[in-house]
Design a protein around this ligand. Sequence first.
Ligand code: SF4
Length: 468
Amino acid sequence: MNESQAVELESHATIELRGNVPTRHALPSDVYFAFPSGRFAYDCIRCGAQCCCGYEYLIGGDVAAHVALRPHLSLFVHPNERRQQTRVGNCPPACFFLNDQGMCGIHVEHGYDSKPETCRLFPFNNLRMLGRYVVVAPHSSLCPLEVTPSDVLDDKSDHNALFASMASQGIDAEVPLVTVHGVDIDDLILLERRVTALAARCDESKGYFDFARAQLDETARSLPASSHTGPVVVEPNSAMDEFRSHLSSLLGLSPSELDEAPSEITRTMVVATPFLRSMLLMEFKGRRQQALDSTLAPVQVPFALTTLYVIAVLAGRAGMSEITFQTVARLFRDFLPLLYLTAHLNSVVRLRRAAKITLAVSGMGEWQLEYLRLLKAIVSQRDGEDALRLGALLREQLPHSGRLTFLKVLAGQLHGKIYDVETKDNTRTGVVDSLKNRAVRLLIGAVEEDLLVSAITRRQAKRGGQRS
Ligand code: SF4
C-alpha cells in the first residue's frame, strides 16, 4: 500500500461512525492504516484464541438479536447509553461462544457478519480519530501477530478487506479523539502514508538505521520547515551518524555492533514502525499529564524508534528467543521515557517552564550526585556555540558503574520535562508553580552539588527518623 492507499479502496463506500457525536462518515480517503497492507498474519487456532479468553466485548445496535443467541445472556449484558454500545461481560477461562475447537461459535454457526463488533474488527480495532481521519492500527498486546516477509501478503490485514468490513456495518463504539502538535494534520497524514509505503517496500537487509534515514529524508521532503514548528533536520545522514555515535557510546557498544542484527528483527521493527510512529505523534485529547507536552516532533521520531530497535536487538542478545510485534510493542511501553530522552540526543535541551524538578531521587542513592550534576549542566546551558547537545552532556556526565540503569532512571525523571531549544516551550503553568519552579532552577544553578547532596541526605535522614 502506498501514499495513494486511500485511492485504492472502493471509492463509493463510507464507514458510518455512529458512536461519535455527531455521527460521521469516513470516506476511503479519510482512513489511514498505520501498517503496510497484508503484512500482518495471525492464526487463532495456533494461538489458542487468547483474545476470546475472558475479555469483555462490545456489541452494536441489534442487542436483541445478539441476546437471542443464548437464553441467559441478558444477565451478562451491560448497556451504555451514552456510547450507544453494549458491553458483554465475558469471564475467564473463555467466552460464552468459544467452542471446543477453539473457534468462535457465532462465526461458525451464523457467519462473520453476526459477530460482535469488537470481534469483527479485532485485532485491527485500535481506532483513533485525528481531525477527519480514522487511524486504524493493530491491537498491540492480545493477538500474537506475525509479520510476513515483503513478498507474502495476508488477506486478514489487507487494507481493502478491512475497509470493506468496517464499511459494511459501520462502527457503534465511540472512536477516541487524538490530536497532534505543531503540524498540520493533512501534512502529517501524507507523511505517515509515505512512511508506510516505505515500510512496505523496505529492504530489511540494509538494517534499521537505513530505514530511519529514509524516514528522516521523507520528513524533510513532506514537511518543509515552514509547515511545522518542530526542529528541522537539514542533513539526515550526518544527523543519523551523530545520533549513532552518541547512542553507541551511551550503551557501551561500538557503532558497528549496532548494525549486527538478525534481519527478522529489522523486518518486525520496519512493519511496526507506522503504528509506533502514530503512538509517538498522536496524543489522546484530554489526557495530558501535568499539562506537559510529551509528544515528539516528526523529525525526532526516527531517532526514538532507532533506540527501540537497538533495545530489541539487545533483548535478543539477552536471551529472548524471538522478537515479535508484541515484543517491540511491549518494549515500546516499558522504555518510552528512554525513547523520548534519546530522541533529544542531537539537541540542546532546556527544562520546561512547567516541569516540576525533583532534587531527591528515590532509589538513586549512589547516583544522587551525578543526577544533580546533570540537572546543573542542563540548567546552566547558555545559547551559543558553547551549548552542548544532550548526547555530549550525557557522555560527559554519566557514571561509569551502572550507567545503563542510571540512564533509564534519569529518562523517567526527565520524561516530559525537557524540550529542544529549537522548538517553543508551549507548556502552561500557574503563577505560584512558576515561581516555585524558577526558585528550584536558581537553586540548582547557584548551589554546589555537594552541598545539595548533603542537604538532601540530612532531610531524608530526618524524615526517616520521624517515621521510625
Ligand atoms: S464472540 Fe466469538 S470472537 Fe468474540 S470473544 Fe466470543 S468466541 Fe471470541
